[in-house]
Design a protein. Structure first.
Length: 257
């Protein structure tokens, strides 16, 4: 059975003091959980070192929200994959729709970043998803297929096993309007089928595919109990300990057959 992965994408929120406050609250509550799900926190770069010292000895792991496709050099403002691993990051979100929309990231660029992340054993959480216009014009499947092919281009079977895909319909991110459990599960099944065609069914059935887009304490149980939804990438609801832990709890309960 695939283990669920619940990841909080804090986006550009929480300075180091607020980071410490939220993680200390989460630490109190996470004591009740016994590694039934993987819990990943993705604060801004500036909070990662503080966050690392605070999650030490807890089941919570650390992820970044982005990284460079380059190893090092004259790339002002960028952070490399190795810089992330040296401070204890184990995950990195790549190709988030906000990076695609505001910073013009393409599937090719995301693919280059995925390869760099894998080289240093960072687990990439690779985001794909259609816009509202694309969904309404009936091209969701085509868009998702193109994105999956693009971001996984020339990965080996060993590499794909270390990846997580996050299906995040752009129209659901930060809007309070989540995909219905059935709508999301359909796309997750499509992604699994695409991966089985590119690699093999045995790899596809082990692949963790998270849902992201207005997941909250109320809708998490329904979404996470779908056959092909293996966790959540959570924005707004990850900024408060009670809502985030309610989603973690929903993940724990959803894994019980
Ligand atoms: C996200 O940013 O990845 C996300 C899913 O945001 P929200 O949960 O706020 O929709």
């Amino acid at each position: 059975m695939r283990k669920k992965v619940i990841a909080g994408n804090w986006k550009m929120n929480k300075d180091i003091h607020e980071t410490a406050g939220l993680i200390n609250e989460l630490k109190e509550r996470i004591k009740d959980f016994q590694n039934e799900v993987d819990v990943v926190l993705c604060p801004p770069f500036t909070s990662l070192v503080v966050a690392k010292s605070l999650v030490q000895g807890t089941p919570m792991k650390l992820g970044a929200q982005n990284m460079s496709q380059h190893d090092d050099g004259a790339y002002t403002g960028e952070v490399s994959a190795r810089m992330l691993t040296t401070i204890g990051c184990e995950y990195v979100i790549l190709g988030h729709s906000e990076r695609r929309q505001y910073f013009k990231e393409t599937d090719d660029l995301v693919n280059a970043k995925v390869k760099k992340a894998l080289k240093v054993m960072l687990t990439p959480i690779i985001c794909v998803g259609e816009t509202l216009e694309e969904r309404e014009s009936g091209v969701t499947d085509r868009i998702i297929a193109a994105q999956i092919k693009g971001v996984l281009h020339e990965l080996s079977s060993e590499e794909i096993q270390k990846c997580i895909i996050a299906y995040e319909p752009v129209w659901a991110i930060g809007t309070g309007k989540n995909a219905t459990p059935d709508q999301a599960n359909q796309v997750h099944k499509l992604i699994r089928k695409l991966v089985s065609q590119l690699f093999s069914w045995s790899l596809a059935e082990k692949l963790v595919i998270q849902y992201g887009g207005s997941m909250n304490a109320q809708n998490a149980a329904d979404l996470l109990s779908q056959s092909d939804i293996d966790g959540g990438l959570i924005g707004g609801a990850s900024l408060k300990s009670d809502t985030f832990m309610a989603i973690v709890q929903a993940g724990v309960e959803a894994r019980i057959p």
